[in-house]
Design a protein around this ligand. Structure first.
Ligand code: AVJ
Length: 319
């Protein structure tokens, strides 16, 4: 097993400082969602995937369970590259099918969280003897060019994580990904679908309050890594549906006026009562939109699958 680090501790710290400086001096205030995922945040996200309200993980797992063999037959991939792999739980469905097809030699998971990555791949290494596992700690918007090359690769980007990118970022990401692939290689893309807000919003505002803790965790991350003095309990968790963009937003709303000091970036940030930080956008998609965005980047949509309830979509596209 090999570990390649493109985001070392310094790079990570530098990127965090730049994001915090930009986001918390903007109006309205924002923080990028990738900073949720320290060890505690990754653990909270795993808990989210098991909540009754959070349908995306179960829906996508159903699709992959039904289609993994077809995916393996269609792609005959020798290398599986997984972006934002996290704990790699759904990946096993693909690894099993590609092993059965007899084509797979190498698994390359890439994630910003070294904790999730190394824990997951140690287990995978043990369960798939003979499989070459090549870990990459990296940021999918910056380190795609480091994905190892050549021929018969399948890139999996699951969970609906592409929805965390804003439309312009998404177009750049798909262009960049298409540019590192060779013609005939494949992309397997998971996208949450547009549906009633009465179903989407509770998925991001669960009764047990796990998502609220996950959202507030970004403030703990800033306290720990930048010496900030946020009082996470002073912020209410907000999830709302934006019908124009067809995305759900998570925000943290100051319950009372606050002054926060962030020594790591030499910043003092004032909040009015009720002021919000946007911490995540999670876009929902339609088949036509996805097909169009893929085509714009130079991908052909070979297959489109949904779960039986039509909640989640998986695209298999060819470069
Ligand atoms: C991991 C980005 C797919 O957007 O649904 C879960 C993260 N945020 N609950 C999503 C998340 C709030 C999740 N992704």
């Amino acid at each position: 097993m090999t570990l390649e680090v493109h985001l070392d501790a310094d790079d990570l710290a530098r990127t965090l400082r730049a994001d915090v400086r930009t986001g918390l001096t903007a109006t309205p205030k924002t923080l990028p969602p990738k900073w949720f995922y320290d060890a505690r945040g990754s653990e909270l996200f795993e808990q989210i995937t098991e909540l009754p309200e959070y349908y995306p993980t179960r829906s996508e797992r159903q699709i992959l369970t039904d289609r993994a063999i077809e995916i393996a037959r269609h792609t005959r991939a020798r290398t599986l590259l997984e972006l934002g792999s996290g704990y790699s739980t759904k990946t096993r469905l693909l690894l099993d099918a590609l092993t059965l097809a007899g084509t797979l030699t190498t698994y390359v998971p890439m994630d910003v969280s070294p904790t999730a990555l190394t824990a997951a791949t140690a287990r995978i290494g043990a369960d798939y003897p003979g499989l070459r596992v090549h870990n990459i700690v990296g940021d999918l918007t910056r380190h795609l060019k480091h994905l190892p090359g050549g021929g018969d690769r399948l890139v999996a980007f699951l969970g609906g994580t592409i929805g965390n990118l804003l439309p312009a970022e998404r177009a750049t990401f798909l262009d960049d990904l298409r540019a590192v692939l060779e013609p005939g290689e494949h992309l397997l893309l998971g996208t949450d679908l547009v549906k009633s807000p009465s179903m989407v919003v509770p998925a991001y505002d669960d009764a047990a309050g796990v998502t609220a803790d996950f959202n507030r965790n970004v403030l703990h991350v800033l306290n720990t890594s930048l010496g900030a003095d946020f009082d996470p309990d002073g912020f209410a968790h907000v999830a709302l549906w934006d019908p124009d963009h067809e995305w759900v937003e998570m925000r943290l709303r100051a319950r009372w006026p606050m002054r926060v000091t962030i020594p790591g970036v030499d910043l003092v940030v004032d909040f009015e009562a009720g002021e919000e930080i946007r911490t995540e956008v999670s876009a929902k998609f339609r088949r036509d939109g996805i097909e169009h965005e893929l085509a714009e980047a130079g991908f052909d949509l070979d297959h489109w699958w949904t779960d039986r309830d039509g909640l989640f979509g998986v695209s298999l596209a060819r470069a």
